[in-house]
Design a protein around this ligand. Structure first.
Ligand SMILES: *Cc1c(COP(=O)(O)O)cnc(C)c1O
Length: 400
């Protein structure tokens, strides 16, 4: 971000509202979940934002997610903690798209700091944590969230503690440690790690930055929706295929679409939102097809797409709501299908995705076979991370 952007800093955030009971919460206080147990959403003075941030002002701004600062919660530029996150490329995948008879695009999120889209959420959440005077942040992580928190906390001069499943690849663990975070390996999965964060809150005085258990990672992730519209000249695709764990990106984009419509940036048309999960951990897919409002926790979750190894999510009802309101659907794919999909994208389009990203290409093929995707439609995949830290998993999945 340049000095001009810092000098013209403004946020139009006004308060927070519960996504379930509608209780309003003050912006100047530290928040986790609402007393009713549901996530909080940040509200903005969209009338003020419409004047402060006309669409036409965007091209002159910094090429990072802070170009949308009026629609982000950070009040003072001095508290903005940035490593240059956001404004990732939206690229065509012409060979694979041609094979399906669709216009296929990918938002390549591996180009974010620390190699995944977790940087978006952490940039905004760590900035707000710093602004609100918090000193020590803790999270459960499947891998990428830990790396992003560790880097942004180091940048902000705050302490970070990360709980990860004991079988997480060394690359994630070592990256956290090199940024100075304290890493605890837990015999279990991410929800077991979450229990440890919860248990240590009082004793250690740390702030729980778990997915959707604080309001601002969602605000960072919603910029995916702003960028998509801006990069598509203020149109949106017919279908978005999103690899879903905790669901922040999915719920965030859905929020961004509403905000952009209020600002007059886009119309009322919405993409069909599609969740993709792994056969070995698909709680949202199961709940979607059962017609349920909440998901039941998945037993014995297993997949090499670590970001999808999330057996239970606090935002399950928000994801299910967005999928249904959009006319979308939910599909799961096997690890073998992800591996094959990854090999195809790498060989035919020159991009080696994370397993989660590869899952979106595997899912697009399923959608086309089942006619959930029609000929000539525009589809956006999300490559949510890079392949490097999954080297061990890829080697096993591809039999290399
Ligand atoms: C965390 C993560 C996901 C899942 O993202 P949510 O917004 O939590 O659903 C997908 N892919 C990668 C690479 C991740 O790190």
């Amino acid at each position: 971000m340049n000095d001009f952007d810092r000098a013209t800093w403004r946020s139009t955030a006004v308060d927070l509202v519960c996504t379930r009971c509608d209780k309003v919460h003050a912006l100047g206080q530290v928040h986790n979940l609402c007393e009713c147990g549901a996530p909080l959403g940040t509200r903005y003075d969209l009338d003020a934002a419409r004047i402060a941030l006309p669409r036409a002002a965007l091209p002159g701004r910094s090429r990072d997610l802070w170009r949308y600062r009026e629609l982000l919660p950070v009040q003072d530029a001095a508290h903005c903690v940035t490593l240059g996150e956001g404004m990732t490329p939206l690229l065509a995948l012409p060979r694979l798209g041609g094979r399906l008879g669709v216009r296929l695009l990918v938002k390549d999120e591996s180009l974010n700091p620390t190699n995944s889209f977790k940087a978006r959420g952490m940039a905004v959440a760590v900035s707000r944590a710093k602004e609100l005077g918090l000193r020590h942040l803790a999270i459960p992580s499947a891998g990428n969230a830990g790396c992003a928190l560790a880097a942004y906390a180091a940048r902000a001069g705050l302490r970070a503690t990360v709980f990860m499943p004991a079988d997480t690849s060394r690359e994630f663990v070592e990256e956290c440690r090199i940024h100075g975070a304290e890493v605890h390996l837990v015999d279990g999965l991410i929800h077991d790690c979450a229990k440890q964060v919860q248990a240590g809150r009082e004793a250690h005085g740390w702030f729980d930055l778990s997915t959707l258990k604080e309001p601002y990672r969602l605000e960072g992730k919603k910029t995916l929706g702003f960028e998509l519209a801006e990069q598509m000249q203020w149109t949106l695709p017919d279908v978005i295929v999103y690899p879903t764990g905790g669901g922040t990106g999915l719920v965030g984009m859905w929020k961004a679409f509403d905000e952009m419509e209020s600002l007059g940036w886009i119309g009322s048309r919405r993409p069909r939102m599609v969740t993709v999960q792994a056969d070995g951990c698909a709680p949202i897919v199961r709940a979607f097809h059962a017609g349920a409002e909440r998901a039941t926790p998945w037993e014995h979750a297993s997949t090499f797409a670590l970001g999808l190894r999330v057996p239970a999510a606090v935002g399950d009802f928000l994801m299910l709501r967005a999928l249904r309101a959009s006319g979308g659907t939910a599909v799961s794919v096997s690890d073998a299908a992800m591996a094959e999909a990854g090999r195809e994208v790498a060989g035919q389009e020159g991009m080696f995705f994370s397993p989660e990203g590869a899952a979106t290409w595997a899912a697009a093929q399923v959608l086309r076979r089942t006619a959930a995707l029609a000929e000539g439609e525009t589809v956006v995949l999300f490559n949510t991370g890079g392949w490097y830290k999954y080297a061990e998993g890829w080697r096993a999945a591809l039999g290399m």
